[in-house]
Write a protein that binds this ligand. Structure first.
Ligand code: HEM
Length: 426
């Protein structure tokens, strides 16, 4: 607030000797109209657009109206599972464009394949904030053949073989991974990146000096491949740490949050784990059928990813609506999964039922899909399964808070009071 007041004061001192407040208001309106005209023309000529969700833009408030919509946009993202309130396809006018939000499997299909009727109609969004956070060379910010080249190189660095080796290290206690700490790596994103870069560079140099002797981790593998520059390696490592940390932490913490409420699920998990003798290897982790279905149910009910945006690169039509070039398409992973029956997240068995909506194409996509499928899917599933096995076999736990809740603020998961839990030995 203090900063805004200071900004207004500075603007006032700079402008008022040369112009009155009404001049400033007129200039602001002119800028708004200049931005809005192409948008209005597009709206008038585009054909039948999806219905608008927000009434704010109807207020005669230049700049402020669309800005309010941006806030409403986050709010709608947060609440998209409320079908009766928002419907399946909706439009939110933004400052110079509009976002079309699709809360159905068709939207997820579009977002993942980027195609309609066999034609490429969507592209990934290039956001400056993403470049700043992850780095320009990070996989998430690469496009086309360059994205394909780097992803191909990264795959073996988190391959099943490598993950299995890591598993043995975790089990032996020789690998001290920060497995699960609900934190805010995203909210600290820029600072986290600044802090991480010199540390990663130092490790790269140490590893290079020792030719990665005896090292089997992801970073050493990238260095040994010799195909990526130091900048590329650094950006991938920052991405892996940021993309892999909060998502997996959310998955495991929500699992811990839900289990005391569903004793029948916990009992079944315990029975399964007791039937699997350690030490673990990848095959044993993969054989934990009920554990994986439980993790799926957690991801279905509390997806760490709410959804993603794509840019419409070619006008197309779906459900009788026009999707004009230049608009944004937002597909809703979390809301689609939540609408797939079952509000409580306590029925892992639904994944055994082939007729369940979650088993239909694009009904359950917590790790995205297609070209942009999550790089760390297996890693995340393994990490969560191993951590839960360890805890389930050794402890019982209950909530310390009276009304523990998980919520999104506005797009990242938060826990009331950091979700304190009380553990007792089994
Ligand atoms: C429960 C845990 C996780 C969830 C729910 C999750 C979810 C996702 C989703 C939905 C996407 C697709 C984004 C899009 O369509 O644009 C994605 C991409 C990605 N994830 Fe994950 N993720 C998880 C864990 C991890 C881990 C552990 C790593 C690192 C090892 C990781 C690294 C990445 C990377 C690098 C991408 C970009 C892939 C690309 O651009 O081709 N994620 N993740």
């Amino acid at each position: 607030m203090g900063q805004i007041a200071h900004l207004l004061q500075t603007a006032k001192e700079a402008l008022l000797p040369y112009a009155t407040w009404s001049d400033v208001a007129m200039a602001a309106t002119a800028v708004y109209v200049a931005f809005a005209i192409p948008m209005i023309v597009k709206r008038l000529t585009a054909g039948r657009l999806p219905p608008k969700t927000s009434v704010l833009v109807d207020l005669p408030l230049p700049i402020l109206g669309p800005l309010c919509n941006l806030v409403a946009y986050q709010n709608v993202l947060n609440q998209m599972e409320q079908k009766e309130k928002y419907g399946d396809i909706m439009r939110i006018p933004l400052l110079t464009t509009a976002a079309i939000i699709m809360v159905n499997t068709d939207g997820v299909r579009l977002g993942i394949t980027c195609r309609q009727d066999g034609k490429k109609v969507l592209g990934t969004q290039t956001l400056e904030s993403m470049n700043t956070l992850w780095g320009r060379k990070a996989l998430v910010n690469l496009r086309g053949p360059e994205h394909g080249r780097v992803k191909k190189l990264l795959h073996p660095t988190v391959s099943v073989k490598r993950v299995a080796k890591l598993l043995v290290q975790i089990w032996d206690g020789t690998f001290a991974a920060p497995l699960c700490v609900p934190g805010s790596a995203f909210s600290r994103g820029k600072k986290a990146r600044r802090d991480l870069l010199p540390i990663i560079q130092e490790i790269i140099e140490e590893r290079r000096a020792s030719s990665c002797e005896g090292m089997t981790d992801t970073l050493s593998e990238m260095i040994k491949q010799g195909q990526l520059s130091d900048e590329e390696i650094r950006d991938q490592m920052v991405t892996i740490m940021l993309a892999g940390y909060e998502t997996t932490a959310a998955l495991t913490v929500v699992a811990l949050h839900l289990l005391p409420q569903f004793p029948q699920v916990l009992a079944k998990l315990r029975r399964e784990q007791d039937s699997i003798q350690g030490p673990l290897d990848w095959a044993k982790v993969e054989s934990m059928a009920y554990m994986h279905n439980f993790l799926k149910e957690v991801l279905r009910h509390h997806s760490p990813a709410l959804g993603f945006s794509r840019t419409i690169t070619d006008t197309f039509h779906v459900g009788g609506y026009t999707f004009p070039k230049g608009y944004i398409l937002q597909y809703a992973i979390s809301a689609v999964q939540k609408r797939c029956e079952g509000p409580r997240g306590d029925h892992p068995e639904r994944f055994e039922d082939l007729a369940s909506p979650v088993n239909r194409p694009y009904g359950f996509t917590p790790f995205g899909g297609g070209e942009y499928l999550c790089l760390g899917e297996r890693f995340a599933r393994m990490e969560a399964a191993v951590l839960l096995r360890t805890l389930i076999q050794r402890y019982n736990w209950e909530h310390a808070a009276k009304d523990p809740r998980v919520w999104y603020s506005p797009v990242f998961m938060k826990f009331t009071d950091d979700l304190p839990l009380i553990f007792t030995k089994v």
